[in-house]
Each structure stands twice: as C-alpha cells, then as structure tokens.
Design a protein around this ligand. Structure first.
Ligand code: UD1
Length: 430
C-alpha cells in the first residue's frame, strides 16, 4: 500500500481463465455511512478490502462505530451513540465520499461539521447540491475555515427537493438525511444507479419506507432517531460493475479468453451496447453467472459519450480509451460528467497511444499492439490506473506504473486477479 510501490507489467501474454468480481466500492461506502443511522450491530457480506473502506473505517471509529472484518469479505459495524460531531480534516481528506457522513450526522444529532472536500484530479467536484438539499430539509449551513457546519437543532423537516443534477453521493446523502426526518420527503431528479437502489434496500431494512429508488423521483417516509434498527440479515454488497467491465476488457485486449464471474449483466447495459457496437459478442455461461467478450473479427472504433446512469459511466471512460487504442479506425470519446477527466491521455500516449483532445472530446487512433512500447507511467486517478494496466498488458515489453494508491482505493486484489488470468504483473517496492 506504499506510495512508492510500482506495478511492473510485462505485457504480451494472452489472458485466459475465470476471475470473480468483488463487491462494489461505490455501494459499500454509502452503506457504511448509513449504519450511523441505527445503533446496534450491522453485518455485510462481499465487502471488498480497499483503502477507501479503511478510510471509512477510521471515520466510523472516530464516531464510535467499530468496523471489524470477521472473516474475509464479512464485516460487522457496531454503532453506538457518539458525542463527536466534528470530523477532523486528516480523516476526511483521503476520500471525497466522506462527505456522506454529513447527512446521517445532522439528521441524527441536529449538528455536524465536516471539512469541505477540496478539488481532486478529475475536477473540482463541488458539494453545493448536497448542501442545498440539506437546507431544503431545514438545516442551516455555514462555511468557514474550510469546514461545512450543518445545524438543525429541532431536527430536519420533510420537504420536496429537486436536484439540479442527479449527483450520486448527493442523492445518497439526502436519502440518509431524509431517513431520519419524520414525515414524507420527495427527492426529484435523483441518481438511478444500482448502488442507490442497494442503499434504499438497506434503509428499508432499518425501518424507513422508500418508494421509487432506481427512478428519477424518490419518496422517503423518514422515522424518528431511535426508531431505526439494524437489518436482521446481512446485506450482501452488489458486484462492482466498473471492476467487472475493466476485467472483461482484458480478454479482447490481450487476444485472450477471459470469463468474469458474479458480474451482473443488467448493471452493464450501456457498456454491453458499446461492446456489441464495437463488434464484440456478449457471451454468458449456462447459469448466466459468468460473462465473456468475444471479438473474433477485431475491435471496431466506437464512439462513447459519458452520461449519468444508465448511460455510459464516466468511471469506464479511461478503460474504454485504452481499449480503443487497439481498434480499427479512430474513435471519439466525450466526457460530460467531470471537467478534467483526461489526465490519463498523456500517460497512455507515453505508451505509444495516438490521442488528441479538443475540449471534452478525445480522438483515439487505433494501432497495432506492435506500435506501442513499455514505459514508466503515472496513474493519476483510480480509473486511470486501470486503463494504464490494460494497455500495458498488450505491450511486448516492460511498463512500470506508479501511483498505485489510486488503484488500491477501488480495485480489490487487481494484480492478483490479473496474475490468475496469466498476466506477468508484479508489485515491487522501490
Ligand atoms: C460518484 C461515484 C464516482 C463516479 C461519479 C459519477 C461514489 C462514491 N463515487 O461520485 O465513482 O465517478 O459518481 O458517476 O459513488 N456536482 C456538482 N455539485 C454537487 C455534486 C456534484 O456540481 O453538489 C457535479 C460534479 O462536480 C460532477 C457531477 O456533478 O461534475 C457528478 O458528480 P457526482 O454524481 O456527485 O459524483 P460523486 O457522487 O462525487
């Protein structure tokens, strides 16, 4: 987990075999913050071991909630009342998703103070819509000294709130706040991701009534603090759709035969459409539990434009770009969600990729793998790191990938899974 670790990839092997998908990072994080709403023991299965989960564990510990791994993948969070309402910057700075503590805390205690998330590599990522939503529920928001202070002394009040944009963590923050706001709250233009639906199911298990999760409008009938109780059965974290798609691409990119187990095809709808448009066959095994991409006639250049779910995920944009580096022809890739999510372009180009960027669109000229060459590259964000590994796997030669702290945030046992598929990939300490 050291910042100085480097991933050494000697590409050119055809990957084959079967690996499972881990639990979704973007699901377990809101679920863990959601535990704060109900005191007692919460259990989760299929929890990925990621540094973001460790960062969340530290915040929960500070808030008197003890997260322990009972065995690999199985977690118990024991939540008790806390007198702490102000989360220190050192705990929050590692992970932007820590803003998810704000909604549950202000709803439960009537006050909370968390650091204002800073900018990050992929864009400024403001939280104005989270804060406007909490204000709609009656919270007073003060910004000072880099902190967000939310107060609602007599508790939050139910209301209607229409998001300007269907922000994912914004929707989750408001869902959790509304869960402890007695009465009916209506959230409109909300995010529809599978992770939102899982959070809604979890909250229902605590005793909250929720209608419309997975659609653009959600009705939440919140309860009083103290009325919510932990789910009686363990919550099984849904498979990570971004990891599944990343691993799937490793098959055709290396000319290999890769099956991904436990992936949910329904979560991958827009990706599947694009795979088919690029000339691939989407194959599932008899039990429908494993997926493989089959590109017998080469990869065709295929345009993608990122969009909110169920559109093409921004979290797959860089991996698709690495894929398109091997396509026949030139493809356009447009990023509409984050303003600065092309940092990987320069690094892919260091490996020999031919990419030009104009505004929000990158043009990628597909090349024969023999035109790429191994190089030392720097991962600039979580998904960018995966795109560099994917392209490096196709290159006959050695690449060294730095910046692994990003990979560790969101891909569980990534190099081990690639090794299992036959990749020559080693993590070394410098
Ligand atoms: C979540 C995901 C992340 C994914 C992203 C988009 C988690 C933990 N992270 O991040 O992996 O890349 O969704 O699918 O689930 N915005 C505002 N104001 C706000 C909130 C967001 O302007 O108050 C903007 C952001 O700057 C960005 C866009 O809305 O341009 C989408 O952001 P959002 O959906 O909030 O992403 P996250 O929830 O941070």
């Amino acid at each position: 987990m050291s910042k100085t670790d480097v991933l050494v990839v000697r590409g050119g092997n055809r990957l084959s075999g079967k690996v499972p998908v881990s639990g979704a990072k973007n699901s377990i994080l809101p679920l863990l913050f959601g535990t704060l709403l109900a005191e007692g023991d919460h259990t989760f299965h299929n929890v990925p071991e990621l540094s973001d989960v460790t960062s969340c564990q530290e915040i929960l510990k500070f808030l008197n909630a003890d997260l322990s791994f009972l065995e690999p993948g199985q977690v118990r969070v024991r939540v008790k009342s806390s007198s702490d309402r102000q989360i220190p910057y050192e705990l929050m700075r590692k992970m932007r998703a820590s803003i998810l503590a704000l909604g549950p805390l202000v709803a439960k205690y009537g006050e909370a103070e968390v650091p204002l998330p800073g900018g990050c590599a992929i864009g400024s990522r403001p939280v104005d819509l989270h804060l406007k939503g909490l204000e709609k529920l009656g919270a007073t928001i003060e910004l000072s000294g880099g902190m967000i202070k939310a107060t609602a002394r007599g508790g939050l009040k139910p209301n209607r709130y229409l998001f300007d944009f269907p922000t994912v963590t914004g929707t989750e923050n408001l869902m959790m706040a509304a869960a402890l706001t007695p009465g009916e709250t209506c959230l409109e233009n909300v995010a529809k991701e599978p992770e939102i639906v899982q959070l809604a199911e979890f909250l229902k298990g605590l005793g909250v009534e929720i209608e419309g999760a997975g659609t653009g409008t959600m009705l939440i009938f919140g309860k009083k603090p103290g009325d919510l109780k932990p789910n009686k059965v363990a919550t099984v974290v849904i498979p990570d759709r971004v990891e599944a798609a990343t691993l799937l691409l490793a098959g055709p990119m290396t000319g290999g035969d890769v099956w991904i187990d436990r992936a949910v095809g329904d979560y991958l709808g827009s990706f599947k459409e694009k795979v088919i448009e690029a000339g691939g066959k989407w194959e599932t095994d008899d039990s429908d539990s494993s997926i493989r991409l089959n590109f017998q006639n080469g990869i065709q250049a295929t345009q993608v434009k990122t969009a909110v779910y169920p559109g093409f995920p921004t979290d797959l944009q860089s991996q698709w770009m690495a894929f398109m580096c091997l396509a026949n022809g030139t493809s356009q890739i447009s990023e509409t969600i984050f303003e600065n999510r092309f940092m990987h372009v320069q690094e892919l180009m260091r490996l020999g990729a031919k990419i030009t960027v104009e505004g929000k669109t990158a043009s990628v000229r597909g090349e024969n793998p023999s035109n790429f060459s191994g190089a030392r590259v720097m991962a600039t964000d979580l998904r960018a790191s995966a795109s560099l590994v994917l392209l490096a796997l196709t290159i006959n030669g050695e690449s060294q990938i730095e910046g692994l702290e990003h990979l560790d945030r969101g891909y569980e046992k990534f190099s081990q899974k690639m090794q299992k598929l036959g990749a020559d990939i080693t993590r070394v300490k410098l």
